[in-house]
Design a binder for this molecule. Structure first.
Ligand code: DQA
Length: 149
């Protein structure tokens, strides 16, 4: 059994489904977890899916992922645009990381156009709602040479 793919979610993503549905859609974080898990299983991967509103906890989980995961998917929420600590944590890992966003951050306010963490990621997927997560897992699975079952 391969190591799991860690899927980490930052602040306010626990409110998905009720939070600004025009932007983020109707799906809840549980729906995101289920759809991402289903996509990962097609490639023989399990996911470890977590959410935190706290920057330090996310840093701790990235450090944990370095030892326990084969890859990382991260939606750092607003920390995307502010957190050098999360950037440094990802830089310190040697596993591939994909940055995801539900919304197209480039279509939104100027302050969302810059991501601190993109520089440490193998790719960025944004604007496809829950599908952004599924695409990230698929891209990582292919990068890790997994074959779809
Ligand atoms: C987000 C985009 C961020 O700008 C925002 O702060 C979020 C969610 C997204 O998934 O579209 O919390 O990461």
């Amino acid at each position: 059994m391969p190591k799991p793919i860690y899927v980490l979610n930052g602040p306010n993503l626990n409110l998905l489904g009720q939070r600004e549905p025009d932007i983020y859609g109707q799906a809840t974080l549980d729906d995101v977890r289920e759809r991402t898990q289903a996509r990962a299983r097609r490639y023989g991967f399990e996911i470890e899916f977590r959410q935190s509103n706290t920057e330090g906890e996310i840093v701790d989980w990235i450090q944990e992922a370095c030892a326990k995961a084969c890859a990382l998917v991260i939606n750092a929420g607003a920390y995307t645009h502010t957190s050098v600590a999360i950037l440094d944590a990802i830089l310190a890992t040697d596993i591939p990381c994909v940055e995801v966003h539900l919304s197209n951050i480039f279509q939104r306010e100027e302050f969302r156009h810059h991501s601190y963490i993109s520089a440490a990621c193998v790719g960025v997927i944004c604007g496809f709602g829950v599908k952004s997560y599924e695409l990230a897992v698929e891209a990582l699975a292919e990068r890790l040479d997994a074959v779809e079952g």
